[in-house]
Design a protein around this ligand. Structure first.
Ligand code: AP5
Length: 242
């Protein structure tokens, strides 16, 4: 059995924060569609040029494009023992495509992180990311406004230090647009998952550490096994593939 996890929730709920840590701790890749698209914009690739304006407005990029990206990413060998999806699916068409992609891969656990809108706006407006690699200042355990010189992810971060900036879609007006789109297009899609036995909801108003613990407990309960066995699951699957 693989460890397939989908993080659901509105902008700023903490999907990326939790996906990053869960993936690292369980030895599976984090697949973040937002990160993939931002990297493309940063590199100036054809894909990046195609999606830049759409992202800056807080709108969704086309289903066909994003489904193609996720399909390709999830068929790479490192995703066969499991994955954490962050930011996908967001529409009914994407959810249907994910069902097709994962049809023969065992259960897909869907965890929705719930946070009230005003707290989401507060978090996202305060977020600062490394201009070069996109790392989140808060992820280092500092408050965003402390602008720590700690990012080490790329040669540039290591050599001249990170430049901490607001994400281009994190202004209040764009965040409110992203929330509007979330409630209109994405939240109804979550209903599609909610009747499944592998669907769980967690309270995202807790501290990041408490959310992490709730996430691990939710995944373990959805799979009907103790949390301590989750890592073994991945190791066994990788062993079977080798
Ligand atoms: P994407 O990057 O996916 O953005 P999002 O879903 O709007 O989510 P965010 O990254 O804003 O929030 P998050 O839930 O990951 O929270 P985080 O952990 O960062 O998408 C961006 C754009 O790309 C879209 O608008 C769209 O244009 C396009 N796109 C992407 N996927 C697409 C798709 N499938 N289809 C179409 N278009 C797509 O946390 C937020 C902040 O809160 C951080 O500063 C963090 O440190 C802090 N924080 C986290 N947890 C806590 C906590 N428990 N308590 C207090 N603070 C916390």
């Amino acid at each position: 059995m693989a460890l397939n996890l989908v993080m659901l929730g509105p902008p700023g709920a903490g999907k990326g924060t939790q996906a990053e840590r869960f993936a690292r701790e369980h030895g599976i890749p984090k697949v973040s569609t937002g990160d993939i698209l931002r990297e493309a914009v940063h590199s100036g690739s054809e894909l990046g040029r195609a999606v830049k304006t759409v992202m800056e407005r807080g709108e969704l990029v086309g289903d066909e494009l994003i489904i193609g990206i996720v399909r390709e990413r999830l068929t790479r060998p490192d995703a066969m023992a499991g994955f954490v999806l962050d930011g996908f699916p967001r529409t009914a068409a994407q959810a249907k495509a994910l069902d097709e992609i994962t049809a023969t891969r065992g259960p897909v656990i869907c965890v929705e992180i719930q946070v009230p809108d005003e707290e989401l706006v507060r978090r996202v407006r305060g977020r600062r990311v490394c201009d070069d690699c996109g790392a989140n200042a808060d992820a280092f355990g500092h408050k965003a406004d402390e602008l720590p010189e700690l990012c080490q992810n790329t040669e540039r971060c290591r050599s001249i230090g990170p430049k901490w900036v607001a994400r281009s879609d994190d202004s209040e007006s764009v965040v409110r647009e992203r929330l509007k789109i979330y409630w209109r297009d994405t939240r109804p899609m979550i209903e599609y998952y909610s009747a499944r036995p592998t669907f769980r909801v967690i309270d995202g108003l807790q501290s990041p550490e408490q959310v992490r613990e709730a996430l691990v407990a939710a995944v373990a309960s959805a799979l009907g096994m103790p949390a301590s066995q989750l890592r073994t699951l991945v190791a066994k699957k990788l062993g079977a593939q080798a």
